[in-house]
Unconditional design. Structure first.
Length: 147
């Protein structure tokens, strides 16, 4: 997936992946879920671990290991997602942030093994797209001058 160019330069866009508070502004997709764990160690070899409880009482997890990080340019990470203790997907993802004039173009590549039904896989893929829509919104808002 390649994005349309964003106004902020790559170094600014990178912060929305590397800084926990900024990442959560676009990556928190279920504000009604109870957060049980929220950890981000954004270094090569570091772990990101999120664990939630849904309104129905089901635990959901996201666990990632950062494999390679080039500030303002590239992030490679492997991650898994689970629901009710069962792994539902495992992925290898690459995020590339490229200069596009004065702004940034993001290229996101994910190799996903989905271990559940095809309907749930479509929801997972759609959820990734919605997350990136939120990323665009917060990046655009961060590029606006403050009056």
């Amino acid at each position: 997936m390649s994005s349309a160019p964003w106004p902020p330069p790559p170094a600014h866009a990178f912060r929305f992946w590397s800084e926990k508070a900024l990442k959560r502004r676009w990556n928190d997709c279920h504000p009604d879920w109870t957060v049980l764990e929220d950890r981000l160690d954004f270094v090569a070899g570091g772990i990101e671990s999120l664990r939630w409880r849904t309104l129905d009482g089901v635990e959901q997890t996201f666990t990632a290991t950062y494999l390679d990080i080039v500030p303002a340019a590239r992030i490679i990470y492997a991650f898994e997602m689970s629901s009710a203790g069962a792994r539902v997907s495992a992925s290898l993802a690459t995020v590339e942030l490229r200069s596009a004039g004065a702004g940034t173009r993001m290229l996101y590549t994910e190799q996903m093994a989905y271990l559940s039904g095809s309907a749930a896989m479509r929801e997972r893929i759609a959820g990734t797209g919605l997350g990136f829509d939120r990323l665009v919104d917060v990046l655009l808002a961060s590029a606006q001058p403050v009056h």
